[in-house]
Design a protein. Structure first.
Length: 297
């Protein structure tokens, strides 16, 4: 065989290989709002994630795809650009993280991401949790809904989503959890539930009518609680079990939490509450609640 024609053949094979890589790269760029401009953002083919993927933890109720990773990356960069008050698609993820870390106070960027899909796969809820520091640090959340047709609704009030339930009439119950430090002297965890329906890719919120044992005039006011979310908080030093559980068969939502009135109202008492809602006629009806005095050290 003549060796002279082997050299052109080798060039042809190499050209085909590079053209395939270029085609795959263009597909990646088209899938994301922000194009990848740096080798620092190159793909790691072993774990199908970016080499400098900026989110430390990802939680989901399904096996996430490569596009889901891109959606989370787009979401992270959008949030970071908002914090930095700039929009520069040429910034690599590492550069953005460095700029965020240089803040002595303020937002440090999202480190925990969640992407949860509805049972009927009509939408996904994307949530990012970061940390904001001033006199002391507190978590913050940003969230959005991504519909199956690609439409996005921003600036929602979801926290750490734990589950999404499809109700018999097509509404969705979203169960969440969060935590924070509302005052320098104590911190608390919160279990929450939000009931929504969708109409032409718009979100309608349906209120939980619940008489909170504290801050009743605020938390039942739609001005301060526009989503009508059920939010039950418990201080960190109270050891009573805290829970919010939905039974998909009976359509009942059970809860338990305890609260201390000393810091908010200067009343030296701690009470534990347990109760239950039932889903009827398109909403959650409050059935029962028991109140019990408990002692704490």
């Amino acid at each position: 065989m003549n060796k002279n024609w082997k050299i052109p053949l080798a060039y042809i094979i190499l050209a085909l290989c590079f053209s395939c890589k270029d085609e795959n790269k263009s597909k990646i760029e088209e899938s994301s709002v922000f194009k990848i401009h740096s080798n620092e953002d190159s793909l790691n083919s072993r774990n199908n994630k970016f080499a400098d993927y900026p989110i430390d933890e990802i939680h989901s109720n399904f096996k996430t795809s490569y596009k889901d990773s891109l959606d989370l990356l787009r979401f992270w960069r959008k949030s970071a650009f908002s914090t930095l008050d700039t929009i520069n698609a040429d910034f690599s993820n590492l550069k953005i993280k460095k700029l965020l870390s240089d803040y002595s106070d303020g937002d440090k960027g999202i480190t925990v991401g969640r992407i949860y899909t509805s049972p009927d796969n009509l939408f996904k809820i994307v949530v990012g949790r970061g940390e904001s520091c001033g006199a002391y640090c507190n978590p913050y959340w940003v969230s959005e809904i991504v519909f199956a047709n690609g439409q996005i609704i921003n600036d929602l009030n979801f926290k750490d989503v734990e589950n999404i339930y499809l109700m018999p009439d097509g509404k969705y119950l979203i169960k969440e959890k969060s935590f924070g430090r509302p005052a320098a002297v104590y911190s608390e965890t919160t279990t929450s539930a939000t009931l929504i329906s969708l109409e032409s890719n718009k979100i309608n919120y349906h209120r939980f009518d619940y008489n909170y044992p504290k801050y009743n005039e605020i938390q039942n006011d739609s001005i301060y609680n526009p989503s009508g979310k059920l939010s039950l908080s418990q201080e960190h030093f109270i050891e009573t079990a805290q829970y919010l559980t939905f039974n998909n068969s009976s359509k009942k939502l059970s809860y338990g939490y305890a609260t201390d009135f000393y810091y908010c109202c200067q009343i030296d008492s701690v009470y534990a509450y347990t109760g239950e809602f039932e889903y009827k006629n398109g909403g959650f009806v409050h059935l029962t609640e028991q109140k019990k005095f408990i002692e704490v050290d």
